[in-house]
Design a binder for this molecule. Structure first.
Ligand SMILES: Cc1cc2nc3c(=O)[nH]c(=O)nc-3n(C[C@H](O)[C@H](O)[C@H](O)COP(=O)(O)OP(=O)(O)OC[C@H]3O[C@@H](n4cnc5c(N)ncnc54)[C@H](O)[C@@H]3O)c2cc1C
Length: 434
């Protein structure tokens, strides 16, 4: 029933020329003036009809999102990158009103109720934003902070935190990493001690994306002294509670338009009902949540890699050295062909992992492989393409240099390459037993 309603809502969205208008009752600036003169027609994909995971609805959804990106986001990217932050509430409201912050979330809470292939389609399209920071911040909201809440949270909790996050009324962030615990999530120190019908939280979180602007945090804490995989819980914590302090905004190599915070929790009192699912299951929930985070990140960076390769082709075609275009040197066009081939291989892996995931399979191994390959390939694409731009590639004016900086995070964040290798080895049964 929920799925049918979601599909109906999607149909309504895609068939309506006033697509962006549908939630104007909550005070959203109507974008329909900008787009209603042009019908929202499904794009003509190269492989229409028998795509492994995409239907015409997926392509139409992507096209609608592309309009928002081109009209509402990309014109401001330079300014937001320079300012080191983007207006998350404004951008999320625009995306939430149009249905893009909850495509696979339940319709009762404002989502479209569609399967995860639609989230992958959205993540791919968000790769057209001309920086890594804003897509990452959106992904944190849609696919890193809310999956466990949507799956295991109580109806009351979903009403309070999930619904407004899907509608774009609340900005969310994820508090897993700490100063002393990143790759080794099990060693986090932040504690929530039960007192009556409240938890009292003490500790600190590091690297919190959206952290300076967020309204709530999905916080991983220790709720007992038991074994590290059984003593953790995920709790929804409003960021305006007494004792929550934004210690600082972290300056970074890349992802400039995304704010990253260090956050402290000093005797923060939260109602026990704010726990997601069962106490002690937080580590398991977070590991499940990581699956979607990793698929999302790969989908997003695929498009960016493709755009960087395409822009490099355009630039090297017109730039002449030794009386011929840079592109005509065999080492250049062969290298670009090789990179494009690797991008296609990664896409095939992502799409087959997605196809298996939406059928209910555990795709931890494939998602980890895709994340590992995505990080490594992004570094190769960034480095090789930047080289072909010569001095221009070293300026701040071109996409390739921003991609070179931003994409470096892919091999570190959300589980470093070595963590992915460890997971793959576990599934291959090649990890030495302790
Ligand atoms: C811009 C940015 C945004 C982020 N956003 C968030 C967020 O919103 N929420 C959140 O919770 N976290 C976030 N993170 C944290 C991110 O997930 C961690 O940085 C990441 O998990 C790595 O942890 P660490 O930085 O503590 O590195 P460490 O754990 O100290 O690891 C350092 C290095 O050790 C190596 N290593 C790790 N494991 C192994 C191994 N088994 N064998 C050999 N070598 C190994 C890797 O090369 C790794 O890079 C963000 C980080 C950044 C930089």
């Amino acid at each position: 029933m929920a799925l049918r309603e979601g599909a109906l809502r999607l149909n309504l969205l895609l068939n309506s020329r006033t697509f962006y208008k549908f939630n104007s009752s909550v005070g959203v600036r109507s974008l329909s003036d900008n787009v209603s003169s042009k019908p929202v027609t499904p794009s003509a994909p190269e492989i229409a009809g028998d795509h492994l995971i995409y239907t015409q609805e997926h392509f139409a959804l992507k096209e609608s999102l592309r309009k928002i990106i081109d009209q509402e986001i990309n014109p401001h990217v330079e300014q937001w990158e320079a300012e080191g932050i983007f207006p998350a509430h404004k951008v999320f409201k625009t995306l939430g009103s149009a249905g893009f912050l909850g495509v696979n979330k339940p319709v009762e809470y404002g989502g479209l109720g569609l399967d995860y292939s639609y989230s992958v389609a959205v993540a791919e399209e968000l790769g057209h934003i001309r920086c890594g920071g804003i897509p990452m911040a959106i992904g944190v909201q849609t696919d890193m902070t809310t999956p466990a809440l949507a799956r295991f949270g109580s109806a009351e909790l979903k009403q309070e935190f999930l619904l407004p996050s899907i509608m774009g009324d609340k900005v969310a962030c994820l508090g897993v990493s700490e100063v002393g615990a990143g790759s080794d999530v099990s060693s986090i120190m932040t504690k929530a001690v039960r007192k009556g019908d409240e938890y009292v939280i003490n500790g600190g979180k590091m690297w919190t994306t959206n952290g300076t602007q967020a309204d709530w945090i999905c916080l991983l804490v220790n709720t007992s002294d038991g074994p590290p995989h059984r003593n953790k819980s995920l709790i929804c914590v409003p960021m305006n509670l007494p004792g929550v302090q934004i210690a600082r905004k972290i300056e970074k190599l890349g992802m400039w338009s995304s704010d990253t915070a260090e956050v402290f929790f000093d005797d923060v009192h939260v109602p026990c009902k704010n726990i997601i699912g069962q106490e002690g299951m937080g580590f398991t929930y977070q590991m499940l949540q990581f699956q979607e985070e990793r698929l999302w990140a790969v989908a997003n960076i695929l498009t960016m890699m493709e755009n960087v390769i395409q822009e490099t082709i355009q630039y090297t075609r017109q730039r002449k050295i030794f009386k011929q275009p840079v592109l005509h040197h065999q080492s250049v066009h062969f290298r670009l062909a090789e990179l494009q081939t690797e991008v296609e291989l990664l896409r095939a892996l992502l799409h087959s992992a997605t196809a298996l995931y939406i059928k209910g399979n555990d795709v931890t191994k494939l998602a980890s492989m895709a994340k590992l390959k995505g990080g490594r390939l992004a570094r190769e694409v960034g480095d090789s393409c930047l080289q072909f731009w010569g001095g221009m590639g070293f300026t701040s004016d071109v996409l390739v240099s921003r991609f070179y900086r931003d994409s470096r995070l892919m091999s570190i964040g959300g589980g470093a390459d070595e963590v992915m290798l460890g997971i793959i080895c576990k599934y291959m049964d090649t990890l030495p037993k302790k």
